[in-house]
Design a protein around this ligand. Sequence first.
Ligand code: HEC
Ligand code: HEC
Length: 301
Amino acid sequence: MTGRAMDGEGAARRVLVAAALFVASAAGAAADEAQVQRGAYLFAAADCVGCHTDVKSKGAPLAGGRPLATPFGTFYSPNITPDKATGIGNWSLADFRRALREGISPDGYYYFPVFPFTSFTKMTDEDIADLFAFLQTQKPVAQPSKPHDVNPPFSWRFTLAGWRMPFFKQGPLEPDAGRDAAWNRGRYLAEAVAHCGECHTPRNVLGALEQSRAYSGDPKGPDGQSTPNITPDFRTGIGNWTVADITKVLKTGETPDFDEVGHGMAEVVKGTAQLTDDDRTAIATYLKSLPPVSTPKKPAA
Ligand code: HEC
Ligand code: HEC
């Protein structure tokens, strides 16, 4: 495991958010500041910046180009700054909603599920609109998006039509009336926004999440890392972690045995560290309520 320092990148994220709020207030009536602020919060929870910024090559925030290694090849995140020529500056809210809700581009092509629209589809219309308002306050960067380095047949977008039928359930998450508000909030954050399952749920040979083993860890997680079982199974999961333990890891990255989470989780924590305590507790409460799944062996993280 690697330690996580409060590095410049974390500080840069906070500056990014603060700058957006300043631009929004300076623009006055043009942008609804409260909406931009709500969007900034969701943006942190969803870690959009982690995937859409090529930190290793010192790329500009949200200008894309970050390589995402998968068993099918390497994908490169696109530029989602408001640049009109190379980013999403010409997009309408309807275009943006279609991308997140349906996984379809303004030109009508299907997105690869490496873009977690399979989770974002569960967001409410209001949250999608807030995110869009926030993104529009970001600095436009002119940088053409890189083509993916993926071989056929996986590079053929039309084959995704077949993939989507069994594996993609479109539409906002319906609250469970049998559970309280905190549980429903936790489920919404985990499933729709923070997309915890996109890394912690194993995938089948076609790259789709195996929901029958949800959150039980993925030996072939993003960037070739294995992710741990976070179901409440005592032997192979985190059954002996309390709600407070989970809340703490989401705030500070620190585990109950005084280790620090590394790899992709360190990036996730930069976002969840910015949430309210209530929201982190809600996510933890939801995790504790999951059915425990026993895995053959605790995957080495
Ligand atoms: C796990 C990495 C990952 C995360 C997290 C992620 N994205 Fe992406 N996103 C991608 C990739 C990869 C693509 C390109 C998909 C394709 O080419 O089919 C993409 C595509 C997009 C597009 C389409 C851009 C275009 O030019 O067509 C938008 C808009 C977008 N993402 C916005 C977001 C927002 C907003 C968030 C946070 C709520 C987010 N993304 C989180 C990886 C990610
Ligand atoms: C980008 C992929 C990714 C996402 C998204 C993600 N995780 Fe993780 N998570 C990991 C990895 C990788 C590790 C192992 C960290 C390490 O190696 O130190 C981990 C570790 C953990 C651990 C520690 C488990 C242990 O046994 O030490 C918990 C708890 C956890 N994640 C919860 C969550 C929750 C809750 C979410 C959603 C808010 C989430 N994760 C989203 C990749 C991810």
